[in-house]
Ligand binder design. Structure first.
Ligand code: 6PG
Length: 264
């Protein structure tokens, strides 16, 4: 894992985008398969892409997917798709057929299966799973990433494929499923909001994983993660470990500064 720290959020977005551009440049004979996260941070990253990289990157050959989506209609304020359209897709020349939206308005279970099938069909495969060229992740202050949350039993099971997506009951025998799921349904702990998310095995099958973290509110979670503390082992973000080895955290100074412990 590499950690690249820049003084400001903007410099952090630039560093990530330059690295992303280098990844894309190495892919000549086909489209690029990119999966983006939602939340607040990517909105500012997308604004930079529009402002500074309209002509530096060939957006026509970028096939864009989502790491996760809230199970809400596409026009809902909570929709990651809506945020991405507002900040990115309405402003840069992505080809319509390259925009692969998670249908947040659909039945979560059915959509997890449908979206997984699309990814299976369109992407190259290695180790029995689709391979994204680049997955962009964020980290929540509770240590979640994608829409995989700290209370998620599937994550801690030996094999995510042996878990019932709805009941979260995990089985310890192979009889239930040997096919590794690409997407699954989770629930945000505080609100119960259903999510469709890429599974951790798919995230870890990507050629590159970039994690973008900025702001003082992420000091504590990053300090735990970067110091591999016992509590960080419960963070889904600590499970991100692509077999390619190409995991880079892009962090601004505020988030990278260890939290000041209150005087005891
Ligand atoms: C989501 C995201 C989520 C996000 C983190 C960090 O749908 O909310 O995919 O995993 O990356 O919550 O969010 P911020 O960038 O807003 O801090």
């Amino acid at each position: 894992m590499k950690i690249i720290i820049n003084d400001t959020p903007k410099d952090t977005y630039v560093a990530l985008t330059e690295a992303m551009s280098e990844v894309f440049k190495k892919i000549h004979d086909r489209d690029v398969f990119l999966a983006v996260s939602g939340g607040n941070t990517p909105a500012r990253l997308f604004d930079l892409w529009v402002y500074k990289y309209e002509h530096q990157i060939d957006w026509h050959r970028v096939q864009i997917f989502w790491v996760d989506e809230r199970c809400v209609p596409p026009g809902d304020n909570e929709s990651n798709y809506r945020m991405t359209v507002t900040h990115l897709l309405s402003k840069l020349p992505f080809m319509q057929k390259h925009i692969h939206r998670i249908h947040g308005e659909a039945s979560p279970q059915e959509e997890a299966l449908r979206y997984g099938e699309i990814i299976r069909k369109l992407l190259p495969w290695e180790e029995g799973l689709p391979v994204f060229d680049l997955i962009l992740l964020g980290v929540g202050s509770d240590g979640h990433t994608a829409s995989i949350f700290p209370d998620d039993p599937v994550l801690f099971s030996q094999n995510e494929a042996l878990c019932d997506l709805e009941t979260k009951v995990c089985y310890d025998t192979e009889e239930f499923s040997s096919e590794k799921p690409v997407c699954r349904v989770t629930s945000k702990p505080d609100s119960g909001q259903k999510r469709v998310t890429l599974t951790m095995p798919v995230i870890n099958n990507a050629r590159h994983v970039f994690v973008l973290v900025t702001g003082a509110d992420k000091q504590e979670v990053l300090s735990q993660l970067f110091n591999h503390t016992p509590v960080s082992a419960t963070y889904p973000a600590s499970f991100v470990n692509p077999r390619s080895g190409k995991l880079i955290y892009f962090v601004d100074r505020e988030a990278a500064t260890p939290p000041v412990k209150p005087e005891s």
